[in-house]
Design a protein around this ligand. Sequence first.
Ligand SMILES: NC(=O)c1ccc[n+]([C@@H]2O[C@H](COP(=O)([O-])OP(=O)(O)OC[C@H]3O[C@@H](n4cnc5c(N)ncnc54)[C@H](OP(=O)(O)O)[C@@H]3O)[C@@H](O)[C@H]2O)c1
Length: 358
Amino acid sequence: MPLPATPWTAADDRYDEGAGRATYRRCGRSGLDLPAVSLGFWHNFGDVDRYETQRETLRRALDLGVTHLDLANNYGPPAGSAEVNFGRHLRDGLGAYRDELIISTKAGYRMGPGPYGDGGSRKYLVSSLDQSLQRMGLDYVDVFYHHRPDPSTPLEETMGALADIVRSGKALYVGVSNYSPARTRDAARVLDGLGVPLTVHQPSYSMFNRHVEDPAHEDGYDGTQTESLLDVLGDLGVGAVVFSPLQQGLLTDRYLTGAAPEGSRAARSSSPFLSSDNLSETYLARARALNEVAQGRGQTLAQLALTWILRDDRVTSTLVGASSARQLEDSVAAASAPALTDDEIAAIEPHAVHGTGR
Ligand SMILES: NC(=O)c1ccc[n+]([C@@H]2O[C@H](COP(=O)([O-])OP(=O)(O)OC[C@H]3O[C@@H](n4cnc5c(N)ncnc54)[C@H](OP(=O)(O)O)[C@@H]3O)[C@@H](O)[C@H]2O)c1
């Protein structure tokens, strides 16, 4: 039986400029503004996670002006449950603010059985979006992404499906995720030819994962790259919405003692992506050094990690996860912190090493 909606109204001052509240950035050369810190649903919104905690985090997000919520067909666990739970939150008060929200979802990883439950075919993308809309109880999403490249499907077919999805009104904007620089250029060219812009790209980026800065990054698409992903996105006018900016928690105070606290992502058996094995001595030395820089600025390590990414105006938004409203508050405050000085950037550089914590 559906639960009765709990009365709730978002804070009147949610769009007031001020310390601790969201600031907005233009997404590439589109007309879309996104909060500099957005909230992701990969973890913390599945059936294994407490509903009331999810609700508190989401309500705080809206109260702080965090308008952008990032989902995918396979988020949970189990896969699909983050979208089902989000639908429940929409019916539980959030839905009154639908027109103030940018809701994203994606397809590209394995979601269903058989040949149409994975990849980049038109068949998979269109049917998966229909299922996502049904799970969330929505008529349309704001952004629909192809979640990862599928080398076995012609790019023309995948991009053609994204363009048709926009024309059908089921998504307002489209994006790609985890595409290399060269593949991104080609995707943008194909979409352009279809009269639909590539609005956004979602790559990973953090102090410990700097592949988007690296012109030598290769993905086997067409050999050696000559441009970094950030250079390509800047040139094309495509916004970068970067994921795991806190390196799943490694760039926070969560693990500075060298142990994974109870309930943390590294300690939870439902996370195959992060474990105590990631907490090496090298990691700890770098994280503690970065924490000292953060303390010198009166920031938490998480805030420093976000302020550092936001130093580059080709980044539209940092996409954080949060297991509590308090964490989200802490992260959102990074967007209104003073910019890093050249000396602070130089002090960070020796410790912001690609590959740390793997
Ligand atoms: N496109 C893709 O392929 C892709 C892949 C991965 C993620 N994403 C998107 O990016 C989003 C974010 O990814 P992520 O969850 O890995 O991001 P993250 O922000 O790097 O890590 C989030 C985790 O860090 C900890 N944390 C967050 N804020 C904190 C704070 N202020 N202080 C202390 N600890 C804090 C929490 O860990 P605890 O849970 O331990 O408290 C939280 O679950 C996802 O939800 C998803 O929307 C996209």
